[in-house]
Design a protein around this ligand. Structure first.
Ligand code: PGA
Length: 276
């Protein structure tokens, strides 16, 4: 990222959390958000049932962005069980997560549908957070960059560099996600993240990394060149877990801003992406 760009640190709760949990978490986050986390853009993606309640706590002025875990590609109509981008915007979301590997695996989110959802999200003035990632088999075969490039290319078809808000891509290798995931090393992910940034950076706000991010590996991941933040699951499913990660990232960035000679080699390498 260039000067002025933020490091995005956010979490999706997936299918977890009652309204009481959501309100308590948001209230605790709001209390700490007053002081802010310099250099960090926090974001929270609760279940759809909690969006409006969390929004009521966080807005206005907390600086924490709110996202939906999914939205439909059509604006309205006979789509039982689905939510439109306008509905999630109405509930307070400004981000829409699209194409998480769990949705691709279980709910038929093909590259084509991901693309339609990206366009619908942009039409509504919201920011798509497009998740991409390769299988363990593709990783083992050295095809990560190839697979992920195809996913991003399809998702962003027709999206131009002047698009605002610009989409975000979260690179989330399937083999690194969840309870059975293996933590990726910086070496595992560096080339694929760099490929996404090089090929698509002019159309993206940022490239995040997700998959078993936790307090032990967060700063090493943030130091991977072109990584612009982290998209976190389990480690941020408690308020204290998320606050801890926000504090850690913020301290790390502050430390990394010290001139090289003073504080080498902990330099924050994130690239550019779109100009503001
Ligand atoms: P995890 O989830 O951090 O629990 O592995 C990440 C994700 O699915 O985005």
């Amino acid at each position: 990222m260039t000067d002025g760009s933020l490091t995005w640190i956010g979490t999706s709760w997936k299918m977890n959390g009652s309204l009481a949990f959501a309100r308590a978490y948001a209230t605790g986050l709001r209390a700490r958000a007053g002081a802010g986390w310099p250099g960090i853009q926090p974001f929270l993606i609760p279940p759809a049932t909690a969006l409006a309640a969390v929004s009521a706590v966080l807005r206005p002025g907390s600086g924490v962005l709110l996202g939906a875990q999914n939205a439909h590609w059509e604006q309205r109509g006979a789509w039982t069980g689905e939510l439109s981008v306008d509905q999630v915007a109405d509930a307070g979301a400004t981000l829409v997560e699209i194409g998480h590997s769990e949705r691709r695996a279980w709910f038929g989110d093909t590259d084509e549908l991901v693309h339609r959802k990206v366009l619908a999200t942009l039409r509504a003035g919201l920011r798509p957070l497009v998740c991409v990632g390769e299988s363990a088999e593709d990783f083992a075969a050295g095809r990560s960059a190839e697979v992920v490039t195809a996913q991003v290319s399809s998702a962003l078809a027709g999206v131009t560099p002047d698009q605002r808000p610009a989409p975000i891509v979260a690179y989330e290798p399937i083999w690194a996600i969840g309870d059975h995931g293996r933590e990726a090393t910086p070496e595992d992910i560096a080339a694929t993240v760099a490929t996404i940034a090089e090929r698509f950076g002019d159309r993206l706000e940022s490239v995040l990394y997700g998959g078993s991010v936790n307090r032990q590996n967060l700063t090493a991941i943030l130091d991977v060149p072109a990584v612009g933040g982290a998209f976190i699951g389990r480690a941020a499913w408690t308020l204290t877990g998320y606050l801890d990660l926000l504090d850690l990232a913020s301290e790390h960035l502050a430390c990394s801003d010290v001139p090289l000679a003073v504080h080498s080699p902990a330099v924050h390498h994130s690239v550019k992406l779109v100009d503001h």
